[in-house]
Design a protein around this ligand. Structure first.
Ligand code: H79
Length: 467
C-alpha cells in the first residue's frame, strides 16, 4: 500500500511538472502570443462569467470511454493503474487498443438516469470526457474516424443526449478534452514516451489535424459551459496553445481550467485527488477526485470512499472557497456503478436539508487551521504532508456562519478567536429553528447544543451574526 502511495506521489509530481502552468514563485507573468479572455476582461466581467460556477460548489465528473471495455484487465491480468490509463500502463499496441471500440455497445446508457443522479446528488454541473488520452472521441467526429459513431456499433451520441438532458434539468454542461496526449494518433504526446511506431509523428501536425478540429467541433456542436483541458505536456508551447486560445475567444462565456498549457493560467486551479490545506486565496479552484481509486471504470476497484469522507471533503472544500468535481466511472454497458450512485444519493439527501450551507457560500470566517503539517510524511510536492483534523468546518453568508459539526461536542460549541458578533443560533436541520443559547465574551464564543446531533455525519449549526 505504502509503495503504491509513494508511486502515486511521484506520478503526481511528474504531472505537476508537465502541467507547465503552475506559477513559478517570483517569475514574471508570461506574455501570451494571443490574449485570452482572462487577459482582457474587467473584474466585473469576470465575476459575471464565473457567477454560476462559484455558486455551484459541486459537480459531477464523468470518465467514460472504450477503456471501460477492458475495465482494468489486459491479457487476463489486472493492470495496476487508473482504468483510463490501461493502454499506456499496459503498453497496449495501437491496433490492439482500437479493437476495444467494436466491443463498446453501451445499450443501457440513459442520459436521463445519469443527469437525474447528478441532480439528486445536489450537483450543479457535469463534465464528461469527450476525448481522453487514448484518443477515442465519445461523439460523432468528422475530424477523425476513431469515434463512437464510426468505430462502434453504438450509433448514438451520448454527448448530445447528456447536453440536452443536463440543460432540461437545469444543470450546466462541460466537456473534458485531452488536447496534448493522444496515444492512438500519430504525433500525439504520451507521458513516458511512445511504445508503438504507429504513435510516432509530428505534434503540431497532430494538433492541427485532430485536436484543434475536434475542439472546434465540440465547441460548435455542444456549446459547453466548461472546457476541461488536461496534461498539456511540454509540447503545448505558448504558440500552439495560443491557436487554441483564438478558438476559445469565440466563446466569451466559456470557463476553462489551468491545464491548457503555454503559460495560460485559465480560470480555475485544479488540484487533483487532494484538497489544498488553505485553498487558493483569491482564485477560483476545483478539486477533482475519484470515489474509488480510478477515473475510468475498473471492475476490480472496490476501494470506495465512504459517504462520510466524501461529504466531509465537500464541506472542507466549500470552507476554503473551492468546488468539488466528484467523478463517476460508468461501465461498458452505460451504467454508473451502484456503490457510486448510492453515495451520491446519500450526499444529495444531506444537501436537500443543508444545501443552504454549501451553495453560494463564502469561506470560513474563522482562522482556525483544522490540521497540522506532518513532521515525517511528505506530500506529492515533497513538502510536509497536511494532516487534516475532522472535527468541524465553517462556511458563511452575509449574516450567517454555518458550522459543520462532524464530531458532536458535549454540551457546547466553542471557539476562542471568533471575529464575528453572534446574535443567535439554531440547527439548520431543526424544522423549528429552535433558538440555542449563545454566550460571547470578546472573541470567546459558546453555543449550547442539544445532547444529540441531528445528522450522523454533519449537523449544521447556524450562527446568526451582525454583518
Ligand atoms: O483524467 C484523469 C486522469 O487520467 C488525468 N487527470 C484526471 C482528471 C491524469 N492524467 N495524468 N495524470 C492525471 C497524472 C499522471 C499520472 C501518471 Fe500514472 C503517473 C501517469 C503515469 C504514471 C496515474 C498513475 C496514472 C497512471 C498511473
Amino acid at each position: 500500500m505504502k509503495s503504491r502511495l509513494a508511486r502515486y506521489a511521484v506520478a503526481c509530481s511528474i504531472a505537476a511538472a508537465l502541467a507547465g502552468t503552475q506559477a513559478q514563485a517570483g517569475a514574471p507573468p508570461t506574455p501570451h502570443p494571443v490574449a485570452a479572455i482572462q487577459d482582457t476582461e474587467t473584474p466585473a466581467q469576470r465575476d459575471a462569467r464565473m457567477a454560476w460556477w462559484r455558486e455551484a460548489r459541486f459537480g459531477m465528473f464523468i470518465h467514460w470511454g472504450i477503456y471501460a471495455v477492458p475495465a482494468g484487465f489486459w491479457q487476463g491480468k489486472p493492470v495496476d493503474d487508473a482504468g483510463e490509463w490501461i493502454m499506456n500502463a499496459g503498453k497496449i499496441p495501437v491496433a490492439d487498443y482500437k479493437k476495444f471500440a467494436p466491443q463498446f455497445n453501451p445499450t443501457q446508457f440513459d442520459a436521463h438516469t445519469w443527469v437525474s443522479l447528478a441532480k439528486a446528488a445536489g450537483m450543479k454541473y457535469i463534465v464528461i470526457t469527450s476525448k481522453h488520452h487514448d484518443g477515442f472521441a465519445m461523439y460523432p467526429s468528422k475530424a477523425n474516424p476513431f469515434n463512437i459513431a464510426d468505430a462502434t456499433p453504438f450509433k448514438r451520441d451520448p454527448l448530445r443526449e447528456l447536453a440536452d438532458e443536463a440543460r432540461r434539468q437545469g444543470l450546466k454542461f462541460g466537456l473534458y478534452y485531452s488536447q496534448a496526449q493522444d496515444w492512438t494518433a500519430p504525433g500525439g504526446a504520451a507521458m513516458g514516451g511512445h511504445w508503438d511506431k504507429a504513435q510516432d509523428g509530428d505534434f503540431a501536425h497532430y494538433l492541427h489535424t485532430k485536436a484543434i478540429p475536434q475542439l472546434k467541433e465540440i465547441l460548435a456542436t455542444y456549446h459547453p459551459d466548461v472546457l476541461w483541458f488536461d496534461t498539456p505536456t511540454a509540447a503545448m508551447t505558448p504558440q500552439l496553445s495560443s491557436e487554441i486560445v483564438s478558438l476559445l475567444n469565440q466563446y466569451p462565456q466559456l470557463i476553462w481550467n489551468n491545464r491548457l498549457g503555454g503559460g495560460y493560467p485559465g480560470d480555475t486551479e485544479t488540484p487533483e485527488q487532494h484538497i489544498p490545506p488553505q485553498g487558493f486565496s483569491g482564485k477560483d479552484w476545483e478539486t477533482c477526485m475519484t470515489i474509488n481509486d480510478t477515473w475510468g471504470y475498473k471492475s476490480n476497484d472496490t476501494h470506495f470512499k465512504s459517504t462520510k469522507v466524501l461529504l466531509q471533503n465537500l464541506v472542507d472544500i466549500a470552507s476554503k472557497g473551492g468546488n468539488y468535481l466528484l467523478n463517476v466511472g460508468p461501465d461498458a454497458h452505460g451504467v454508473i456503478p451502484a456503490p457510486e450512485a448510492e453515495r451520491l444519493q446519500q450526499i444529495g439527501h444531506w444537501l436537500d436539508v443543508n444545501g443552504e450551507s454549501i451553495y453560494g457560500t463564502s469561506p470560513t470566517p474563522f482562522a482556525d487551521a483544522h490540521g497540522s503539517f506532518s513532521s515525517s510524511e511528505k506530500d506529492q510536492d515533497g513538502k510536509p504532508r497536511w494532516i487534516p483534523v475532522w472535527d468541524w468546518r465553517a462556511t458563511s453568508k452575509p449574516g450567517k456562519v454555518y458550522v459543520h459539526l462532524f464530531q458532536w461536542p458535549s454540551k457546547s460549541f466553542h471557539v476562542d478567536d471568533a471575529d464575528i458578533q453572534a446574535t443567535g443560533a439554531y440547527l439548520l436541520a431543526d424544522p423549528h429553528h429552535t433558538p440555542l443559547k449563545v454566550t460571547q465574551h470578546g472573541k470567546q464564543l459558546d453555543v449550547q447544543l442539544p445532547a444529540k446531533p441531528l445528522d450522523s455525519i454533519d449537523t449544521v449549526l447556524v450562527i446568526q451574526t451582525k454583518s
